[in-house]
Design a protein around this ligand. Structure first.
Ligand code: SF4
Length: 252
């Protein structure tokens, strides 16, 4: 466990921050970890809220993203807009070209539609491994996970130890926010967001693996829509405490 914190101290921190707002969690993170903390964003609505809050704190922060090579053009446009909006440089982590060549050569360019195993292989090469590189050397990272996004995320704590990434800290300042709260914040502060949301997309990942959702569907129903079940994750976030152990993302 990093920074000399034990499990007890993490529980204490969660008791302290459970009723606190996201900015307090972010402030604590920036003060505690300084240049050793970064926010990972796939430029979803939660990321837009967190970026705005971080910019208001006034301390420098590192922002990184994973460019899988299969993102929608709208996401690239938002990425560029955020660099200008917040005057930050986005650190972009891409998959290893050799690994991409190999899986495409062996399994085809759209392997993810073949089976869950093939989809997880693609996510591993395009997301999970670049994420390992992105987090290398960090003591903490910030995500936009929310408890009510999907069943796999119900027990997300505001501060966690990330066993999937060398036991570094994982901060989820929006853990207890609802989807309307996120959109109210974006509207109130007139923040930029992915224009795909205006076309019925509620959770956005790679272009071939994301579609708009229908009214009444789960927020993440448009992700890997051809797969059955409600425990669809890409492998970046490993959930415990009875949640899905599916190795399987960030959106974020
Ligand atoms: Fe591959 Fe789809 Fe996963 Fe993106 S979301 S890495 S295209 S399987």
């Amino acid at each position: 466990m990093s920074e000399g914190f034990g499990a007890f101290q993490v529980d204490e921190l969660n008791r302290r921050f459970e009723k606190a707002g996201p900015r307090e969690v972010l402030q604590w993170g920036l003060e505690t970890f300084a240049e050793k903390i970064a926010i990972c964003s796939a430029f979803g609505p939660e990321g837009m809220v967190l970026l705005h809050m971080l910019s208001l704190i006034g301390r420098p922060f590192k922002l990184f993203t994973l460019d899988t090579g299969r993102l929608p053009q709208e996401t690239y446009e938002l990425m560029q807009k955020c660099e200008e909006w917040y005057s930050v440089k986005i650190h972009v982590y891409a998959p290893d070209p050799g690994e991409i060549s190999e899986i495409v050569h062996v399994h085809g360019v759209n392997l993810f539609y073949q089976s869950v195993e093939m989809r997880e292989l693609c996510c591993k090469v395009r997301k999970v491994r670049p994420m390992m590189r992105a987090l290398d050397g960090l003591s903490a990272w910030i995500t936009g996970l929310r408890r009510i996004q999907t069943v796999t995320r119900r027990a997300v704590a505001k501060i966690e130890i990330d066993d999937a990434h060398n036991g570094i800290f994982k901060l989820n300042p929006l853990a207890d926010w609802s989807e309307p709260e996120v959109w109210d914040y974006i509207g109130t502060h007139k923040l930029p967001y992915n224009t795909l949301h205006d076309r019925g997309y509620r959770s956005i990942g790679c272009a071939p693996c994301t579609r708009a959702t229908n009214p009444g569907e789960d927020i993440r129903a448009g992700r890997w829509w051809w797969e059955q079940g409600d425990k669809k994750e890409c492998g970046i976030h490993i959930f415990s405490r009875g949640q899905s152990a599916n190795n399987g993302s960030t959106d974020s």
